[in-house]
Design a protein around this ligand. Structure first.
Ligand code: NDP
Length: 492
C-alpha cells in the first residue's frame, strides 16, 4: 500500500489547508491508485496569498540581484540533493517514465532556477547617450506575479515561471495544475529549508476555474505567466485586459515535422526515424512542442513510413517506474477517452491507423498497471491537411502522416493551421533547411533535431500558440517595467 501525500498551500511562509477545508484527490494515472490530496482553494486562500506576496514585495525587490540569486541557488541545491525523490514523485503524479523525469524534468527544473539566478546577475543597465542627453533604462520589478502551470511537465514548467519572476524581484503566487501538485509542494517545503523570506514564494492549489481564475482577476496581481490550453489562455487574456495586466501565454501547438527524401537515405534513415518518433511520442505526446503532423516528401514515403511504424511498435509501453519503459501512461483515464475519441473521429473522417488506434489491452500490461491510463503510439495516414485531426491538438501519442510534393507544398501545409508554436525540418541539405525555416510561421524551428534548447534563447508561439516569449532576457524583461531616466547634457 502506497503512502499518501497531503499537499498544503504555502502562504506567507506557512503551510495551510484550504480555508474551507475542501480537498482534491490526487491519483497515480498509471495505476489509478489514490496517492494524496491537495487543498481545493478558493478566492479566500488566493486573497491571503496575494496579500502575503504584496507585503513581501518591497523588501524582496530591494535586494541586490546577487542576493535574490543566492536564494534561487540554495533552492536548486536542495532539489538537486533530493533529485531521486522528486523524479519518483513526478513519475507517480503524471504517469511519465521515471527515466524521463530523472533525466529531463527534474534536471531541467534545477537548471531553470540556476539559469535565471545567473542571468539576473549578468544583466546590465542599458544606457544611451547622444549630444543632448543620457538615457538610463532602469527595470523595475512589476509586483506580484501569478505563475500558472499545467500537468504535462509540472516542476519543469513551474520553475520556468517562478525562477525569472523571483530573480527579477517580483514576489510570486504560483498555481500548479490540480492534477499534478506534488512536486510544487515538495518545492514549497524546500523553499522554507532554503531560507526564503516569508511571502516571497506562495503556492495555492486548487481548480483552475475557481482558484486560478480568482488569482488572475485579483487587482493586486500585476502580471500573469501561463502555460496551458488555448481556450484557458483566451479566458485569462480577457480577464486581464481591463486592468492592463501584462500577460505571457504559452499555449498549444499542431507542430509539423517535415521529412525530406534526402533525410531518409540509408545512412540517415535510422537517425531520422528515431528523431521523428521521439518528437511525436515523448511524454506520451503530451508536450506542446510534440511533432504531431509528420509531413513526408512523396518520394520518401515507401522507405520512411514502414520504418517509422516499426519504430512506433517497438516502443515499450509499461510501468513508468520500470527503467525499460519508453511510453508511460497518459495523465488520466478521462484524457485517454479524449484521445481515443479524437482517433475514432480521424478514422471516421477516412484516416487509417497504421499502428495503435485503440486502447491498450490491459491484459498485455504489467499487473500493477492494468487500471492505468495507457494509449499506444498511433500513426494515422490518409487524411487531408484540413481534417480535424490535422488541425486540432490531440495532446496524446498520436501523429498524422501527410505527403507533400515539393518545398512550397510542405511550407503551405506546415503553416496551414491556426497554431504557430514550433516545427522540425529533417534534411541533409543545410541551405534547404535554412530556406524552409525562414518561411515557417512559428516560434522555433529545429533542424534534424527536436527540443534541443539553449535557455538564453526565447521560446514561445505565434497565433493561437500564444503571446510573448519565455527564456533568457525576454523572461526577465517580462517581469519588469522599463523606466527611462533622461539627464539633459548641458554643454560646458
Ligand atoms: P489548462 O489550460 O486546462 O490548465 C493549465 C493551468 O491553468 C492549470 O494549472 C489549470 O488548473 C489552470 N487553469 C484552468 N482554467 C483556468 C482559469 N479559468 N483561470 C486560471 N487558471 C486556469 O491546460 P492543461 O493543464 O490541460 O495542459 C495542457 C495544455 O497545455 C495543452 O493544450 C498544451 O498544448 C498546453 N501546453 C502548452 C505549452 C507551451 O509551452 N506552449 C507547454 C505545455 C502545455 P487546473 O489544472 O486545476 O484546471
Amino acid at each position: 500500500m502506497m503512502m499518501t501525500t497531503t499537499v498544503l498551500n504555502l502562504i506567507d511562509g506557512s503551510f495551510a489547508p484550504a480555508r474551507g477545508g475542501a480537498t482534491i484527490s490526487i491519483y497515480n494515472p498509471a495505476t489509478s491508485e489514490l496517492v494524496g490530496t491537495a487543498p481545493d482553494s478558493t478566492a479566500h486562500d488566493v486573497e491571503a496569498a496575494v496579500e502575503a506576496a504584496t507585503n513581501a514585495f518591497a523588501a524582496w525587490s530591494a535586494l541586490a540581484p546577487a542576493q535574490r540569486a543566492a536564494h534561487l541557488h540554495a533552492l536548486a541545491n536542495l532539489v538537486e540533493r533530493d533529485i531521486d525523490t522528486f523524479a519518483r514523485a513526478e513519475s507517480i503524479d503524471t504517469g511519465k517514465p521515471l527515466a524521463l523525469a530523472r533525466s529531463v524534468d527534474i534536471p531541467r527544473a534545477i537548471a531553470n532556477l540556476r539559469f535565471f539566478a545567473d542571468a539576473v546577475c549578468d544583466s546590465h543597465v542599458e544606457q544611451f547617450a547622444n549630444e543632448h542627453a543620457r538615457s538610463v533604462v532602469h527595470r523595475r520589478a512589476l509586483g506580484v506575479a501569478a505563475c500558472i502551470s499545467p500537468w504535462n511537465l509540472p516542476l519543469y514548467l513551474f520553475t520556468w515561471k517562478i525562477a525569472p519572476a523571483l530573480a527579477s524581484g517580483c514576489t510570486v503566487v504560483g498555481k500548479p495544475s490540480e492534477i499534478t501538485p506534488v512536486t510544487a509542494w515538495m518545492l514549497a517545503q524546500r523553499s522554507i529549508e532554503a531560507g526564503f523570506p516569508r511571502g516571497v514564494l506562495n503556492i495555492v492549489n486548487g481548480r483552475g476555474p475557481l482558484c486560478g481564475a480568482a488569482l488572475v482577476a485579483h487587482p493586486r496581481v500585476a502580471c500573469i505567466t501561463f502555460t496551458g490550453g488555448t481556450v484557458t489562455g483566451e479566458t485569462i487574456a480577457r480577464t486581464a485586459a481591463p486592468a492592463f495586466k501584462r500577460v505571457a501565454l504559452e499555449l498549444g501547438g499542431k507542430n509539423p515535422t517535415i521529412v525530406f527524401a534526402d533525410a531518409v537515405r540509408s545512412d540517415r534513415l535510422t537517425q531520422t526515424v528515431h528523431g521523428v518518433a521521439r518528437a511525436a511520442f515523448t511524454n506520451q505526446g503530451q508536450v506542446c512542442h510534440c511533432g504531431s503532423r509528420i509531413l513526408i516528401e512523396r518520394s520518401a514515403w515507401e522507405t520512411f513510413v514502414p520504418a517509422l511504424v516499426e519504430r512506433a511498435r517497438a516502443l515499450r509501453i509499461g510501468d513508468p517506474l520500470d527503467a525499460a519503459t519508453d511510453v508511460g501512461s497518459l495523465i488520466s483515464l478521462q484524457h485517454v477517452m479524449r484521445v481515443a475519441a479524437a482517433v475514432d473521429g480521424a478514422i471516421r473522417d477516412g484516416g487509417r491507423a497504421l499502428c495503435g488506434g485503440s486502447r491498450v489491452d490491459p491484459s498485455l500490461l504489467p499487473a500493477a498497471t492494468r487500471a492505468g491510463a495507457f494509449y499506444p503510439p498511433t500513426l494515422i495516414e490518409g487524411l487531408p491537411p484540413s481534417a480535424k485531426a490535422n488541425q486540432e491538438e490531440i495532446f496524446g501519442p498520436v501523429a498524422t502522416l501527410i505527403p507533400f510534393a515539393d518545398e512550397a507544398e510542405a511550407v503551405a501545409i506546415a503553416n496551414g493551421t491556426r497554431f504557430g508554436l514550433s516545427a522540425s525540418v529533417w534534411t541533409s541539405d543545410p541551405s534547404r533547411a535554412q530556406r524552409i525555416a525562414s518561411q515557417l510561421d512559428c516560434g522555433t524551428v529545429w533542424i534534424n533535431s527536436w527540443m534541443v534548447r539553449d535557455l538564453r534563447a526565447p521560446i514561445g508561439g505565434m497565433h493561437a500558440s500564444g503571446l510573448g516569449r519565455e527564456g533568457g532576457r525576454e523572461a526577465l524583461h517580462f517581469f519588469a517595467e522599463p523606466v527611462v531616466v533622461v539627464t539633459h547634457e548641458t554643454p560646458e
